[in-house]
Design a protein around this ligand. Structure first.
Ligand SMILES: [Zn+2]
Length: 285
């Protein structure tokens, strides 16, 4: 499932290409890809003819700002936000023709643009989808999402505030998007390994020194993954089928049974809240 580095890679690919493009055609292959209160018809009506002001990201969501036709006034609020959740297998390509490669065999939604290109959304398992929100609706939803971990303002004491008072295992707390945005299963295991904290410990039990180490580790692993265009283990692709390359630099994720890169002890896999956690029992405390 794409996490912050993967979704941000897709955003960076799409934003300069789509900024200012007008949507002239909407084709929806499956109704279940339209989430929220809209159906196929109302979704198309609200999207067709609109200009894409840009593509943003918050947590693991992509947000396309839609403006009415005509040049949007500088600083104007968008008419709506088209929010995309990629979940397990959602992916985009952009071009004149639908790609013919194996990864794009499950067309979901097509947005035709005024320059003859089409933005193709493909989703094998159809767990992702699109919904339309007014800026006010988004503001309400957004307020419930935890802080973004990469901006300069995200200090270690903000991480401390995210985790304090939680008795949940630290690994589970890191995945909780209401506490912290964008971290998922892969980067939680990797960050905890780098910081040397045992994923089973209570989130609120870290001392200031451990919280500082974890803060540094989260930011470092996300930045490095972003520089590698994310991690492609199976399904994730950046735009037009490009794979990420961080999978070769994972230190513990998916490496259970192999040696710990730090102490050579055998790495473990456990299940926490239904998700796999990978760690070293010898050097994570
Ligand atoms: Zn170890």
């Amino acid at each position: 499932m794409p996490e912050l580095p993967e979704v941000e890679t897709i955003r960076t690919d799409l934003d300069p290409e789509l900024r200012g493009a007008r949507i002239t055609r909407v084709r929806i292959y499956h109704d279940d890809l339209i989430l929220g209160g809209d159906n196929r018809r109302s979704f198309s009506q609200k999207v067709r003819g609109r200009i894409i002001g840009g593509v943003d990201r918050r947590a693991k969501y992509l947000l396309f700002s839609l403006f009415p036709a005509g040049a949007p006034a500088p600083g104007a609020e968008p008419e709506r936000l088209m929010r995309v959740q990629l979940r397990m297998t959602g992916k985009f390509s952009l071009g004149l023709l639908r790609p013919t490669s194996d990864e794009f065999r499950h067309p979901g939604i097509e947005l035709g643009l005024d320059d003859a290109r089409t933005l193709f959304y493909d989703d094998t398992r159809r767990l992702g989808g699109f919904d339309l929100l007014t800026p006010a609706q988004w503001k309400t939803l957004e307020a419930r999402i935890g802080p973004e971990p990469l901006p300069r303002g995200f200090t270690w004491s903000r991480l401390d505030a995210c985790l304090s008072g939680s008795r949940a295992p630290i690994k589970n707390a890191l995945l909780d998007q209401h506490r912290l945005a964008g971290v998922g299963n892969i980067y939680a295991s990797e960050a905890l390994f780098r910081s040397g904290s045992d994923p089973r410990r209570g989130a609120g039990s870290l001392d200031p020194c451990e919280t500082r180490r974890l803060h540094r580790a989260i930011r470092a692993v996300l930045r490095e993954a972003l520089a590698s265009a994310g991690t492609t283990l199976r399904d994730y692709r950046a735009v037009n089928g490009r794979s990420g390359s961080f999978q070769s630099r994972l230190r513990v994720y998916g490496r259970d049974g192999g040696p710990c890169p730090r102490c050579r002890h055998r790495l473990s896999r456990i299940v926490q809240a239904g998700r796999s956690t990978f760690f070293c029992e010898n050097c994570q405390h």
